[in-house]
Design a protein around this ligand. Structure first.
Ligand code: ISL
Length: 636
């Protein structure tokens, strides 16, 4: 049944897409859910609500929302069935940013042989599966997320043989490897786009979104994630091409069956080489609303990008994913995690519930910033938001669902710096985050450097940066009216914080390279390299290692149930993980103050983060130190 002006607010909230859309708006406006769920509002007819809010939203907002909802008639997710057993539900994933992990040949760029030479380290840490960032041949306008040839390795990273060796070496150690699959767009240097430009009316023209027009008027008002219009003018062709990201990243037209065939073949080609699965880059953007209509101004202003409602959950998304999975992933039993920016918990469940035949997991992003904040805001992240996110998310999952656990990757600043940049708390926050990542119910994805408590860099200006997003955004700030200095927001949000070389040793080149690193590190605190932490039993690195050992020994910490204690308690997060008679109680201080411990589980401390001596073996005190984490083992 489709929704219309006679429907009520509660009907929208009962629709998975509607619920996520409303939650997203509330989050952005920093308003509580009771705004919508109180009966006065919940019973309002949409037509009435429209009349009341039109001054605020401008005309057409309700139509835009209804079009989105009515394009997705699937309302329910079956809650029945036994939970599926799968290796990836118990695995610890580790994301490698190849350019910055380890350089084997001194050219300043990380490479495949560098990764190969550190596999023992990763195995020793307890990693089960590597997620390898893009290593395909690329002109690197967006560091490999612009693929020129899907079946070749970029020269500075090595060769196909090196990659085969890496896959084999992982498998020898009982580890798996997934690759990044970037198929929402290609590089403009990809042969398909070259052909499309050569003959826009030929078969490859329809691989992309090419539109005739005039050089001063883009076909619609969509904006790019990397600043400016989402369109690039091609003077030789007298046409525009859609590119949601960099000018050199034209979007593929998935409505063209030939494009979907190509992707199927690429995927099968890699799976035949032994890859265990993929992380699918911005996979929820692949289905664009036919006709590419203008985005609604209010929605665009709110989200920061115009047009997003026409592609972040497009009409054919589910269909295309099911098709791709059936044709290429299923025969290999490949694992799939989708990067899905902008969607919420219910849409995430529709994409990844085990009985739907689409993805296995999704990465959601609403927990990465506090309500009302965006990545470019310079603020202290309140961990109570992270708690609230997990409490809510866990409460909505059924036996068919499973979640990913992460807060760092190559697109975000380091979490420790966002929570509290004071160096005296660095180790404790590092261990707190380790404890949460490895005891929360779900699959943890660690990002390189997280295990040694990596923090943000002291960049001093644009010359210190490399990322296209930071650079284009900084230029955009210069064009804004007024003379507000744009640098603080770039420094707060730059993706380069997480992209500087891995800190292996406290030496020149950090043990990363014998040459000049492609991106200079701007942070030289002592004690935060792998070499320094390796033999220190109280290091963050060893905390990760011990937690992983504990996880592996107890199903309660992986597949076990989660029972949250006092979900509304502020600054304190406590939960049980339970598997039959085996249970753990986890207690976390989310604040920079001492807190009274609420532990009364009767268990003994299995692992604690307090740094005063060998606390692991001592009876824990009555108060938790700032950011302290404790894991108690309770047996019945
Ligand atoms: O820019 C965003 C909105 O703030 C992000 O949500 C963005 O959509 C997301 O970071 C997409 O990231 C992925 O695709 C990009 C690439 O640059 C990133 O490195 C990758 O993780 C384009 O391929």
């Amino acid at each position: 049944m489709s929704l219309d002006r006679a429907s009520r607010v509660r009907d929208v909230y009962a629709h998975p897409v509607g619920r996520d859309a409303i939650d997203r708006i509330l989050l952005q406006l920093n308003r509580s859910r009771s705004w919508i769920t109180n009966p006065l509002i919940a019973n309002l007819r949409l037509g009435v609500l429209e009349a009341l809010t039109a001054r605020f939203t401008g005309p057409g907002f309700l139509d835009a929302l209804l079009a989105l909802l009515n394009a997705h008639p699937e309302r329910t997710i079956a809650a029945s069935g036994e939970a599926v057993e799968a290796w990836w539900k118990e695995a610890v994933f580790y994301q490698i940013y190849p350019r910055s992990f380890a350089d084997s040949d001194g050219d300043g760029n990380g490479d495949l042989r560098g990764i190969l030479s550190h596999l023992d380290y990763l195995q020793d840490l307890g990693v089960d599966c590597l997620w390898l960032g893009p290593v395909y041949d690329s002109p690197n306008e967006d560091n490999g997320y612009d693929v020129r040839d899907y079946r070749a390795v970029m020269a500075e990273m090595g060769t196909l043989q090196d990659l085969d060796d890496l896959i084999a070496a992982c498998h020898e150690r009982g580890m798996k490897l997934i690759m990044d699959l970037v198929v929402n767009h290609t590089s403009a240097e990809h042969e398909w786009f070259q052909q499309a430009q050569h003959d826009p009316d030929g078969p490859f023209g329809d691989y992309y979104f090419l539109r005739p027009g005039k050089p001063d008027t883009p076909p619609n008002n969509w904006t790019s994630f990397f600043s400016g219009p989402a369109w690039r003018w091609l003077p030789a062709n007298n046409r525009w091409v859609l590119r949601l990201f960099a000018p050199g990243q034209p979007d593929l037209n998935w409505d063209n069956p030939a494009v979907r065939d190509e992707v199927t073949e690429i995927v099968s080609w890699w799976l035949d080489r032994g890859v265990d699965g993929f992380r699918l880059d911005v996979i929820n953007y692949i289905s664009k609303m036919p006709g590419l209509p203008n985005g609604h101004r209010f929605i665009g202003d709110l989200m920061g990008f115009h047009g997003i409602e026409h592609y972040y959950y497009g009409p054919h998304l589910h269909e295309y994913l099911r098709e791709l999975r059936g044709r290429s992933f299923d025969p290999h039993r490949a694992f799939l995690v989708g990067e899905t920016p902008g969607i919420g918990i219910e849409m995430g469940r529709l994409l990844a519930a085990s009985d739907r035949g689409e993805l296995d997991l999704v990465f959601l992003f609403d927990h990465l910033e506090n309500p009302g904040k965006i990545r470019w805001d310079d603020y202290r992240y309140d961990l109570n938001h992270l708690k609230a996110h997990y409490v809510d998310y866990q409460s909505r999952l059924t036996a068919n669902d499973w979640m990913s656990i992460f807060w760092e990757n190559h697109d975000n600043p380091r979490m420790i710096s966002k929570i509290n940049p004071d160096p005296q708390h660095r180790t404790m926050i590092g261990k707190l985050l380790a404890t949460m990542a490895l005891t929360m119910r779900g699959t943890p994805f660690l990002y390189q450097g997280q295990e040694i408590a990596a923090v943000n860099q002291n960049f001093t200006g644009l010359d210190d940066l490399s990322d296209i997003e930071s650079i284009t955004r900084y230029r955009e700030t210069l064009d804004r009216p007024g003379e507000v200095d744009g640098w603080p927001e770039i420094l707060a949000g730059s993706r380069d914080h997480a992209r500087t070389p891995m800190r292996w040793a406290p030496t020149e080149g950090l043990g990363f390279t014998t040459g000049t690193p492609w991106l200079e590190p701007r942070e030289d605190s002592a004690g935060f390299t792998v070499a320094e932490q390796h033999d220190d039993p109280h290091s963050v690195l060893n905390h990760y290692r011990e937690l992983i050992v504990l996880r592996r020994a107890h199903r309660a910490l992986t597949r076990g149930r989660i029972d949250v204690v006092e979900p509304d308690a502020k600054d304190w997060f406590g939960y049980y993980r339970v598997d039959g008679a085996d249970r753990f109680f986890i207690e976390l201080n989310l604040s920079d103050r001492r807190l009274v411990s609420r532990h009364n589980s009767g268990g003994r401390l299995a692992l604690g983060s307090a740094s005063d001596g060998d606390s692991d073996s001592k009876e824990p005190g009555p108060t938790l130190a700032p950011y302290e984490a404790r894991v108690f083992h309770v047996r019945y």
